[in-house]
Design a binder for this molecule. Structure first.
Ligand SMILES: [Zn+2]
Length: 384
């Protein structure tokens, strides 16, 4: 059984690569899922020796040296002339710890604000700055260029994809987001359904009546906001009654299927995709048909930030039903707000392993208090 920890580069470097490697060895962790290209974040860092919080705009933690066709990652400004990723790659070389790239794709408010034409467009035509649209050829080229450069480093055993898909309409609640109308799951989903030029063209090519679909989305969002359609309406039932919107949403699955196949072609490492940032069964809302994407992937990491073994195992079972032929890994959060004690971490690990997880990643090195790192050690000791 393999165990990994997600980590931000500043936590590894502030503490010193050797010290972190030693601590991971003590815990029983053999892999770091290192953030390489990332969305905006503010992190509370309980055991970082140099700082207790860090704010980073959406940026890359490596210095982009490769040829970029158009969109290019913006390196984190606090690196100065440095390159966090290469520094850590050099630091872990020869140790027992291997590195994986934790790679965020379309969720990038810095690039989205700079290039609104490359973002998701709501049914009303507004740009959602937090999400680049994966149907946009410029965005696709960017994603492939990022993966190509990371793969060419030759330093990562795995390249793991987060947000190489359509963002949900509320994103991750960024930039003091204020929505004081109860849109419910359906309204939030429809609000993020992309009507950019490329998405409209793709759907039209699939035979979808795009104007009709857009009208239905606009109308539903406003009816939800005004309380004329209950916010608890079942999205599946609503879509079944609005086949033009269902067809429009379905057209996005081809976009991701071809994107992932292109990603596969530039990645020379094991490639995984994080599923379950929404509920696993709601992956379609992000345009992800898990059975089809599996053709391009070595595994899924099922995010199971749950408080009980039963709930975490359920997430793996749902993923296994949707895509039975691909290995499943599990992501666990052994801390606030999901978990409060060591016994629960042990229960979670045992449950996802029983449910078939071939590997477990824990979230995340710098965010967890030292007490919680101890809980991981206790939970995985029997698998050593
Ligand atoms: Zn689009």
């Amino acid at each position: 059984m393999d165990f990994a920890l997600w980590a931000y580069p500043w936590d590894v470097l502030d503490e010193g690569v050797d010290a972190v490697v030693e601590r991971l060895d003590d815990i029983g962790i053999t892999e770091i899922n290192l953030a390489t290209n990332y969305h905006a974040v503010q992190a509370f860092l309980p055991h970082n020796p140099a700082r207790k919080t860090f704010f980073a705009r959406a940026s890359s933690y490596f210095r982009p040296d490769a040829e970029y066709a158009d969109l290019k990652p913006v390196p984190n400004e606090t690196m100065g002339d440095g390159d966090w990723v290469r520094e850590i790659v050099d630091g872990v070389e020869g140790s027992e710890v291997s590195l994986n790239s934790w790679t965020v794709g379309c969720h990038n408010s810095r690039l989205g604000l700079r290039r609104p034409e490359a973002t998701i467009r709501t049914p009303f035509g507004d740009s959602l700055a937090f999400g680049l649209c994966p149907a946009n050829p410029t965005v696709r080229r960017y994603l492939l260029d990022v993966l190509g450069e990371l793969s060419a480093l030759g330093a990562f055993d795995r390249i793991e994809l987060e947000s190489f898909d359509y963002m949900y309409g509320t994103g991750f609640g960024w930039h003091h987001q204020k929505i004081h109308a109860r849109l419910g799951t359906l309204g939030e989903f429809l609000f993020g359904l992309c009507f950019c030029d490329h998405c409209r063209e793709n759907a039209a090519n699939d035979g979808v009546d795009v104007d009709r679909a857009r009208r239905a989305c606009r109308e539903a969002i406003l009816r939800l906001a005004e309380g004329r359609l209950p916010s608890t309406v079942d999205p599946y039932g609503w879509l079944a009654a609005h086949p033009e919107v269902e067809g429009y949403a379905d057209a996005r699955t081809d976009v991701l299927t071809t994107l992932f196949s292109d990603c596969r072609a530039v990645v020379d490492a094991k490639m995984g995709y994080y599923v379950g940032l929404l509920d696993v069964e709601d992956a379609w809302m992000q345009g992800a048909d898990l059975a089809r994407l599996a053709d391009s992937l070595d595994y899924y990491t099922v995010i199971a930030y749950e408080s009980s073994g039963t709930a975490a195992a359920d997430r793996l079972r749902v993923a296994d039903d949707l895509t039975p032929d691909v290995p499943l890994h599990a992501g666990l959060l052994p801390g606030h707000p999901a978990v409060r004690d060591a016994a629960t971490v042990r229960e979670l690990v045992d449950a996802v392993v029983d449910a078939g997880a071939e590997r477990v990643s824990f979230y995340n090195y710098g965010l967890l208090p030292e007490r919680n790192l101890d809980w991981i050690r206790e939970a995985i000791s029997e698998y050593a």
